[in-house]
Design a protein around this ligand. Structure first.
Ligand code: F6P
Length: 319
């Protein structure tokens, strides 16, 4: 293996730059040339490819977003488009690829392995929804960003004795809501993976005010329902003042936390090691604090399991 390519794809996540840096520096240290690909699989097909040096990744570890840029590119599901991507890899003499992204990006990576290119996937996503990894790159930063925002919302909620329903990202996965809900002392956490009863939540919030609480907080995972709709449902059973707030894309930005930088660095170096061992078609993870790799195909049949003990813990602590 003489040359590897690297791209980021799908929703960006803080820590992607740290992962690109780790891949690049580890590869260069092993006499492998590194080629950056802009705009994910779209850039691959368009041939937006450039050679990277150690300098290219200097001053990047602390930056949010991805300096290789990202794109959602469903067109890569078509074989003709894949073949155009392969043509570009051949043209640049790239033997293997590291793909940093989520589920959709792994599909793209797998297609390349089917065409004979070793590809390794790194879990870059704030959602923490990828199987066979306890944490994805970006999840910790997104949780901290959401937590900081909710701490601010809590100030105004208390001043006005209001209930806030705060919608956090995560697609169909409730991990951000679970972690941030516990960290912000939410009265209720609502996630797609657990049943909930809006009437019961409203009753608990009313009871909280009756007990002297000065605000109410519901952390709602986006995969459940729209925050305004949830707030309106809640008000059918509650006599309190309520507002809905959607945190949105701010959760994807910002300088990565220590945890995300370290995770990204470990995973990036490990990805290159796997390629050096001649392996491909693998997705890197961290399980019980140990780096792991699984066949990408296995991921598509598996489901990520979050720490659902946080749900009951929060119920106990919110009383
Ligand atoms: O997958 C990351 C994520 O931020 C999800 O949490 C969210 O549902 C989605 O991407 C938003 O996608 P877009 O950036 O295309 O609006």
């Amino acid at each position: 293996m003489k040359r590897i390519g690297i791209l980021t794809s799908g929703g960006d996540a803080p820590g992607m730059n740290a992962a690109i840096r780790a891949v690049t520096r580890t590869a260069l240290a092993n006499d492998i040339e590194v080629f950056g690909i802009h705009y994910g699989f779209a850039g691959l097909v368009a041939g937006d490819i450039f050679q990277m040096t150690s300098e290219t990744v200097a001053d990047k570890i602390n930056r949010g977003g991805t300096f290789l840029y990202s794109a959602r590119f469903p067109e890569f599901a078509e074989e003709a488009t894949q073949l155009k991507g392969i043509e570009q890899l051949k043209k640049h003499g790239i033997d293997a690829l590291v793909v940093i992204g989520g589920d959709g990006s792994y599909h793209g990576a797998l297609r390349l392995t089917e065409h004979g290119y070793n590809a390794i996937g790194l879990p870059g996503s704030i959602d923490n929804d990828i199987p066979y990894t306890d944490y994805t790159i970006g999840f910790d930063t997104a949780c901290n960003t959401a937590m900081d925002a909710i701490d601010k919302i809590r100030d105004t909620a208390t001043s006005h004795q209001r209930v806030f329903v705060v919608n956090v990202m995560g697609r169909e996965c409730g991990d951000i809501a679970l972690h941030v809900g516990v960290a912000t002392g939410a009265d209720a956490i609502v996630v797609p993976e657990e049943p909930y009863d809006i009437k019961e939540i409203a009753e608990n919030l009313k009871q909280g005010f009756a007990n002297g609480k000065k605000h109410g907080l519901v952390v709602l995972a986006e995969g459940v329902m729209d925050a305004d709709k949830f707030k309106d449902e809640l008000l059918k059973y509650g006599d309190f003042d309520a507002r809905a707030n959607v945190l949105g894309h701010m959760q994807r930005g910002g300088s990565p936390t220590t945890r995300d930088r370290v995770l990204a660095s470990k995973m990036g170096a490990y990805a290159v090691q796997l390629l050096l061992d001649g392996k491909g078609g693998l997705a890197v993870g961290i399980e019980n604090n140990k780096l792991s790799s699984h066949n990408m195909l296995d991921l598509f049949d598996a489901k990520h399991h979050g720490d659902y003990s946080l749900y009951s813990l929060n119920k106990d602590l919110a009383k």
